[in-house]
Design a binder for this molecule. Sequence first.
Ligand code: ADP
Ligand code: ASP
Ligand code: MG
Length: 418
Amino acid sequence: MTRLVMKFGGTSMADLERIRRAARLVAAEVDAGHNVAVVVSAMSGKTNELVAWTDGAGKPTGKALEGDDEYDVVVASGEQVTAGLLSMVLRNMGYDAISMMGWQVPIITSDIHGKARILDIPPAKLETALDAGQIVVVPGFQGVTESGRITTLGRGGSDTSAVAVAAAVKAIRCDIYTDVDGVYTTDPRVEAKARRLKKISFEEMLEMASLGAKVLQTRSVELAMGQRMPVRVLSSFVEPGENIDQGTIVCDEDEIVEKHIISGVAFSRDEAKITLLGLPNKVGVSAAVFSKLAQANINVDMIVQSEKRSGDYANQLFTVGRRDAQAAADIMNAAKDELGYDTLKVDENVAKVSIVGVGMRSHTGVAETMFRALSDKGINIQVISTSEIKISVLIDEAYTELAVRALHAAYGLDKIGV
Ligand code: ADP
Ligand code: ASP
Ligand code: MG
């Protein structure tokens, strides 16, 4: 018998009616002859509510809230509820189901609370249950440290749980059921003309996810790519057998026949721009700035340095996640004398818009099309960064949607066939 992992996100677990529908989809795969492990998210909105509770309980001194092990005890609980409910519903339908919490499987993770990484999933317990014909329901997002403390994997982490469980039990595929019927050329909530991609390569999906397309957590794509685990993204808002042609397969690039130059447009509003004006233009200044940020575990994304006309001074501009902006500014302020800059500016009204496509490797003029499309709409580009298969620009946040739509049209993404 082949093993299959099915993952249901928060909107697919939002209430008992949705849980029943998910159960019918699971039952159909069991009836079709699969051994199924299911990974579930908390009901939509639940994790936000739990995070707010932990905010209210206050920070223990000397620890960031997300690094607190009790934060994980609280926020991991949402998934326990849905795992139990789905298992109960399946039993009521006459199926043999059993839930297994992260610590029971066990899903062993690092001890970075709030953003732990999965280290190992010993498959024995899962496999014994699956081989006995049981449907195993595992809560996503949660794990356990080697010393037995509960952890969580960072927001959106149930996708990663699902891929990791699929790899552990050597499933034929990991099906991610969500509230859209696949991966689109851009977020369909922003551009109604977005088209579903039948297939997308691991590499492109990885870029899309890390550049802001939250349909899959970045780490889950990384893991799927490393394990060569095919992932399918599809809608849970259907009955078994309905709309069987839906979904997007995330797979190796050479399995994709119809290639596009650009596959998608991603955007992120989780950005802040920090500018240091009048830095002394001498050896070691950049190292000094960025080592201070690294020490504070602040990730820097885009960086631009420009020399002032006299050559003695430079301006430096970099971006960090918006939630880190204040901490980064505090660090720079504290080091003002040491670094010797003149003025510090923080701008949280910026967004990063990116185009992604493996076709960029072999086609010219891709960047020009992007810059022209933005300038035709009067959108100023503040920073540009590129890699082999993506180009990102930083713009005023107010123009995010306009930019996404302009780029979507500029590359003809509204016309690609599914
Ligand atoms: P779940 O709760 O099932 O994990 P998420 O809300 O995390 O679902 O992810 C699904 C959402 O991702 C969609 O509702 C959609 O708005 C958003 N999204 C962003 N970019 C894309 C894209 N390129 N294709 C499909 N969905 C996208
Ligand atoms: N419930 C968690 C979250 O909202 C994990 C997930 O749904 O993937 O972030
Ligand atoms: Mg998600």
